[in-house]
Design a protein around this ligand. Structure first.
Ligand code: 5U1
Length: 713
């Protein structure tokens, strides 16, 4: 047998197995992108040599398999699939084809408009309503014949059993059944507790739930539905545009996605794509792209079909969020608080729109739980801006030793050789070297200098590496002794950048007290805790004088008293340092009692650090209350909140009469409506930045060991 024939056979075998896992078991072992890659490879082999095509080849079947557990349903009009585009050029080509075709048909191309909506990552179903009553529900199956899942669909509360108002004698609604991400997490938690199989992702959970043999099980699963089209319609005229059709479906009681737009041409379509791509991580459910459709429905037939996909529509897919690669090695990084983090070194792989080479593995338990061996083929996921993660290994693709080996946590710090300890009840190992450990020193300096802390522009990783390795800087206080001549002698530092850095360090001497406290890197003291502390204590002296044990005891007594008051229906009394629990208090005590830390603080004061009242650091927004909603063009919601607070403003979560400004971005919803109702000023991101007098904010690079502001150490 020649090698192409052998390869085709292997591919058919693999694809058949993956089809079975996906459609019958609802438990795929490989990402969709891997399936697509193998599928395309087989298609190519068959194109090159048509004698390789066999009747049972997966390329000869469109869509999924039918498991046989449910009765077959022949769709009265086929459930079509969509042509896919991945690149902007393909969208332009789609638009050109549509225009050419309309012109050939003698239709007024100048009146062409599109509608754009989300491509839900769920399970396609067809709902048949007869005289307004849900009569049958079927999965897509192979597009011609699906499975009868009526009994199960009847338990989905998002799907009306009876339509509202006048309904056609027959109406087939096409749409997607899906599961919200948070419902999926909860379901998997329940599955875990019950010792049952967990689902790989919300789509598979939705598919598995829909295809339960016992409808009572489906009923207990939180499924949702979004309608996006119609099949057979008898006994009614429908609106002529796709947008109006969706509005009509919503009016008769069917859930329709809110994220939609009308578009005049491909540039509008691409703008919608980009907006939805940035909205994607914030949506409650998974989407895998957007769908464009020609607005005028009576032009759809004129445009015709290619195979089973209509020419009037196009799916513009987002880059795959999961891909396969090889786990080359597991290295250990030491963070600011000494935490040892295993990091996966990966064969570079393009996923979620970027090339990923590393992913944090969090701790040794995580590696054991995922049963990862160095040398394994692993699934890597990168969703939105979330840091990449290794989801699981594919044991069936396991290589032989010596490439495959188990990971063991080092018994000494890989940077300074100090002992490492894992305290009871903790998941992490820590180096006990403290500031003796160069890795901890470097991370502490980077934390001190970051924008949200002392904001020393230009003090980046490469420079900190050199300063620590050359012994020029041991603690943050040493930074204030650096001069231009010393800095200019370092690699990649000219006179000019050295002078700029010295100036930035100098500027940081006047800091807000909360920022300074955050900058010290006290365990468990993120920005919010630092703000609370800065309200109660005027300076570091006051913190060093505090009797933390007495404070902890007083807090515990007051909290007990408040619990009694609440039980009596009385209002609770004030508790000092509200929201700061015993763990944080203990950490403050440890930090401020440690002689080395007291020395560093004294040295910082000797270097000229002086505190400005936080409001002085920026009081342009003082006394004003802001609510932020929608997707802002450059800032995350958290960054906008931080900016407002930094300038003395107050952030609220809902719009009320007390709100002064609503900062609204793309897809602002009910808050925008409420603000207009109340006559509250609505501003955009630019206006907010102008009010603060700040230039566009710089993004802080993520440190997987040390998410800014949350201090997980
Ligand atoms: N939003 C949306 N998803 N989706 C999937 N619209 C849409 N249209 C589809 C499919 C398969 O097919 C049309 C041809 C009706």
């Amino acid at each position: 047998m020649d090698s192409a024939r052998k390869r085709a056979e292997k591919l058919r075998e693999l694809l058949a197995r993956y089809d079975y896992e996906y459609y019958v078991l609802d438990a795929p072992s490989v990402p969709d992108a891997e399936y697509d890659r193998l599928f395309r490879e087989l298609q190519q082999l068959e194109r090159n040599d048509p004698s390789l095509v066999v009747a049972g080849s997966p390329t000869q079947r469109v869509g999924g398999a039918v498991s046989g557990a449910f009765a077959a349903v022949r769709h009265s009009s086929p459930m079509l699939s969509l042509n896919n585009a991945f690149e902007d050029d393909e969208v332009l080509a789609f638009d050109r084809r549509v225009r050419e075709r309309l012109a050939e048909e003698g239709l007024p191309v100048g009146e062409l408009r599109y509608s754009a909506e989300l491509k839900y990552d769920g399970v396609a179903v067809s709902l048949r309503y007869e005289h307004g009553l849900l009569a049958q529900a079927a999965t897509r199956g192979d597009g011609t014949t699906g499975e009868d899942v009526t009994a199960n669909v009847r338990t989905v509360r998002a799907i009306p059993l009876r339509l509202v108002g006048i309904a056609p004698s027959v109406l087939e609604v096409r749409g997607e059944v899906l599961m919200y991400r948070r419902d999926f997490e909860r379901l998997n938690e329940r599955q875990r507790h019950a010792g049952e199989r967990e689902f790989v992702n919300p789509r598979n959970a939705a598919a598995g739930s829909l295809r339960q043999l016992d409808p009572a099980v489906t009923a207990a699963r939180p499924l949702r539905f979004f309608a996006y089209g119609v099949g057979e319609v008898t006994g009614a005229g429908l609106p002529d545009t796709h947008s109006a059709l969706l509005d009509w479906l919503a009016r008769i009681g069917l859930p329709v996605g809110a994220e939609r737009a009308a578009a005049d041409g491909p540039q509008d379509l691409l703008a919608f794509y980009r907006r939805m791509q940035s909205l994607r991580p914030k949506l409650a459910y998974d989407i895998d792209g957007v769908v464009y459709k020609v607005e005028r429905r009576h032009w759809h037939d004129a445009l015709g079909f290619v195979a089973r996909a209509p020419r009037f529509a196009l799916a513009h897919k987002f880059p795959a969020e999961e891909a396969l690669t090889e786990l080359l090695d597991i290295e250990v990084q030491v963070g600011r608080t000494g935490k040892l983090t295993p990091v996966a070194r990966l064969r570079p792989v393009f996923v979620g729109g970027v090339t990923v080479t590393n992913a944090t593995l969090h701790n040794e338990d995580e590696i054991a739980r995922k049963d990862l061996l160095i040398g394994d083929t692993v699934v890597v996921r990168r969703a939105g801006d979330v840091i990449p993660e290794v989801v699981r290994a594919l044991p069936e693709r396991r290589s032989e030793p010596p490439r495959r080996r188990a990971f063991a946590m080092p018994r000494a710090c890989p940077v300074c050789g100090s002992a490492v300890v894992r305290e009871e009840g903790e998941a992490d190992w820590r180096c006990v070297g403290g500031l003796y450990c160069a890795a901890q020193r470097k991370q502490a300096l980077l934390h001190f200098a970051q924008r949200r802390a002392m904001d020393i522009e230009g003090l980046g990783e490469k420079l900190v590496d050199q300063l620590v390795d050359a012994g020029l800087v041991r603690t943050p206080a040493d930074l204030y002794r650096l001069d231009v001549a010393t800095l200019a002698g370092l690699e990649r530092m000219g006179e000019k950048s050295a002078a700029n850095l010295v100036e930035a360090i100098g500027r940081s001497r006047r800091a807000g007290f909360a920022r300074f406290l955050f900058a010290l890197g006290i365990r468990h003291v993120g920005e919010e805790v630092a703000r609370v502390l800065a309200q109660r204590y005027a300076d570091t002296e006051a913190l060093m004088r505090e009797d933390w044990s007495a404070l902890a005891a007083a807090k515990a007594a007051l909290q007990k008293d408040n619990a009694r008051r609440r039980a009596r229906g009385e209002p609770p009394g004030p508790v000092p340092l509200e929201g700061i629990g015993p763990e944080i208090v203990a950490s403050l005590q440890r930090f401020f009692e440690e002689p080395h830390n007291r020395q560093v603080i004294a040295a910082l004061h000797a270097a000229g650090i002086e505190f400005v009242r936080e409001a002085e650091a920026g009081e342009r927004l003082a006394g004003r209350t802001f609510v932020v909603t929608g997707t802002l063009p450059t800032m995350s919601r958290e960054q906008a909140h931080e900016l407002i607070r930094r300038h003395g403003g107050t952030v609220a979560s809902s719009v009320s009469r007390k709100t002064d400004f609503l900062v609204a971005g793309e897809a602002a919803g009910s808050k925008l409506a409420r603000a207009s109702e109340l006559g509250i000023a609505v501003i955009d991101e630019d206006a907010l930045l102008n009010m603060t007098g700040e230039a566009l904010p710089r993004r802080v690079p993520d440190d997987p060991d040390d998410p800014v502001g949350s201090d997980p150490a």
